[in-house]
Design a binder for this molecule. Structure first.
Ligand SMILES: C[S@@+](CC[C@H](N)C(=O)[O-])C[C@H]1O[C@@H](n2cnc3c(N)ncnc32)[C@H](O)[C@@H]1O
Length: 353
């Protein structure tokens, strides 16, 4: 891992300034998008739980950033203060806002099959406009807007939530010392998390897997720009083109809620298969019912506003049992605002999970 110098007061102030600016910037884009949608978009699901108040949301966001900084102080990862990268992403503002009316039209008419017909060889469950986003996951244009859209949806907190998934990885790497290790990111998308992982631990061999060629192409361009070495695999999580017991760490960020239940179970099996005994699996995805009871109303609202056909089943699924069936022993759970991070260890052969 990178050797860390304890960050000083100046770094803490820069961190606080950057996070506040992000929340203000992406939060404003969220409100603008809602304004453009107006009253014409109504949730398609009935809510039985109340929504959290703005004060509760802001308090939870404050808690997320406070823990983010404590993790930096503990030396788990470097502070993220790359203003140039932030400005690069912020420049997508105009393209994002131009795209909003198209998303709203899809939302209003529940149109979620407007994807490139040339992609028909991809699984049927995947050929759709997830979140009603233009082109689904199937174009360069979509890949270019994706990270801005996610930050806007989460009002500037997505980066901090993803970083929390690195905590169990950092602890595991520390335990393994200087051994050469391989990490696989399943559903790596445009590589936001993997690039962060490589920044923290440049000696780690990494593999990015995703069904979207354009998303991985974007991840690859970023890796080249940053001088990071990664192997890119276009393919499904439910049939990973890697040998049994060939990787030390698998992570998956915001993938499981997008898989139909049967595919989710297959992906869990594949992850367990490619992981070495004693290896680590880190699953970061949406919180589920009961994880943060004041937020259960959001879990009902989300799939009713954004096209998320498998989210409702995900939000009630028993992830620990699903993975235990595959020999992955639950180790730790962490709630980072709207994200839950579960870590598992692959039980060595002959032992039961
Ligand atoms: C919500 S995005 C998350 C991307 C990234 N991990 C992040 O944190 O931004 C879900 C990703 O999973 C990919 N995906 C969906 N179904 C998949 C499957 N069956 N196999 C592999 N990737 C899949 C999508 O192409 C997309 O890039």
């Amino acid at each position: 891992m990178n050797s860390m110098v304890k960050p000083g007061r100046r770094a803490r102030l820069a961190f606080a300034g950057l996070q506040s600016a992000r929340v203000a910037f992406y939060g404003t884009h969220y409100l603008l998008a809602r304004l453009l949608a107006g009253e014409t978009v109504q949730p398609r699901t009935r809510r039985t739980h109340p929504l959290p108040s703005r004060a509760e949301l802001l308090a939870a966001i404050g808690g997320l950033f406070a823990q983010d900084w404590r993790n930096v102080e503990e030396g788990l990862y470097l502070p993220q203060l790359d203003w140039r990268a932030e400005l690069g992403l912020a420049r997508k503002s105009v393209s994002y806002l131009r795209d909003v009316p198209k998303v709203v039209r899809r939302q209003r008419h529940n149109r979620h099959r407007e994807v490139d017909p040339k992609q028909a060889k991809l699984p049927n469950y995947y050929q759709r406009n997830f979140h009603f986003q233009t082109d689904g996951y199937l174009s360069e244009r979509s890949a270019g807007l994706y990270e801005f859209q996610v930050e806007t949806l989460f009002a500037g907190t997505a980066g901090a939530m993803r970083r929390r998934a690195f905590v169990p990885i950092a602890r595991y790497l520390k335990r393994r010392g200087s051994e050469p290790l391989t990490l696989l990111d399943v559903g790596a998308g445009t590589g936001a998390f993997l690039s962060f992982v490589q920044q923290q631990c440049p000696s780690l061999a990494t593999i990015a897997l995703d069904l979207s060629e354009p998303y991985l192409a974007r991840a690859q361009r970023r890796a080249v720009r940053r001088g990071q070495q990664t192997q890119f695999l276009v393919g499904p999580a439910e049939a990973i083109a890697l040998e049994d017991a060939s990787v030390d760490i698998v992570c998956s960020v915001y993938l499981f809620h997008e898989l139909p239940p049967a595919i989710r179970a297959q992906a869990a099996r594949e992850i367990a298969r490619v992981l070495k005994p004693g290896g680590l699996f880190v699953l970061a995805d949406s919180i589920q019912y009961g994880d943060a009871p004041g937020f259960d109303g959001l879990l009902e609202l989300f799939p009713g506003l954004f096209h998320e056909p498998y989210y409702a089943s995900y939000a009630r699924s028993d992830l620990k049992s699903l993975l235990a069936q595959e020999g992955l022993l639950p180790m730790h759970v962490d709630i980072a605002y709207l994200t839950k991070i579960l870590s598992f260890e692959k039980v060595p052969c002959g032992q039961n999970a």
